[in-house]
Design a binder for this molecule. Structure first.
Ligand code: G3P
Length: 225
């Protein structure tokens, strides 16, 4: 497992048309360039179809958008931790609001990822869920209110307390877990506010992936870090 430097900006490419085919590597290279120019820790999550080519061609950390709780073997269509590791990716999101799992699956997935030294970023839609998954000792927990994902209003504005409450609660359970936040984050003020509220970084998708100029958008986003 690598130590993802914080504060971290995790760019989740999701399944947007803008990142299909070679465009995923093109965007990853922009994120790499901004990270190198700024010194800010930027991490990318390309779709599984581009995970290997991105992981082999950029120097910044690459995460899978999901990993399934299956061991290597007769498992058709599932993505194992071992497969993610073999691509050169260094970790994975788990339980993103758009790809949810039951707690027992999350627990098993974290165990399989740890066995393959993959960094685990478990997403949670509420403080309650964050507390439930914290006992499985992921490396990161990302609080993301689903109703704000992809929207115009940042979680740091719409619901700052969910960030503060998650940070406080998770630190009481396991101080080693870093807390991230995401949903609607678009500007340098959103990023600055997230850090002010105690988050160790953010997850961002549409503001960067759907931007006409992702480099400028990303440079602006991190300009207060
Ligand atoms: O994983 C981060 C993502 O869910 C946030 O999406 O578009 O609100 O930045 P967005």
């Amino acid at each position: 497992m690598i130590d993802l430097k914080t504060p971290a900006v995790i760019v989740n490419f999701k399944a947007y048309r803008e990142i299909e085919g070679d465009n995923a590597l093109n965007l990853a290279r922009i994120c790499e360039q901004v990270s190198e120019e700024s010194g800010v820790s930027i991490v990318v999550c390309p779709p599984i179809t581009e995970l290997g080519v991105v992981a082999r061609n950029v120097s910044i950390p690459v995460l899978s958008q999901n990993t399934d709780a299956y061991a290597p073997g007769s498992a058709t269509g599932w993505v194992t931790a071992s497969m993610v590791k073999s691509t050169g990716a260094v970790g994975t999101l788990i339980n993103h609001s758009e790809h949810r799992s039951h707690n027992n699956v999350i627990r098993e997935c974290i165990g399989l990822c740890k066995a393959d030294s993959l960094t685990t970023v478990v997403c949670a839609e509420s403080v309650k869920k964050a507390n439930e998954v914290a006992v499985f000792a992921p490396d990161f927990i990302a609080i993301e209110p689903p109703e704000l994902i992809g929207g115009k209003v940042s979680v740091t504005t719409a619901n700052p307390f969910i960030i503060e409450d998650t940070v406080t609660s998770i630190k009481e359970i396991n101080r080693k877990i870093s807390v991230l936040c995401g949903a609607g984050i678009k500007t340098k003020n959103d990023m600055a506010k997230a850090l002010e509220l105690g988050a160790d970084g953010i997850l961002v998708a549409s503001a960067v992936v759907k931007s006409k100029d992702p480099k400028t958008t990303l440079l602006n986003l991190i300009s207060f870090v």
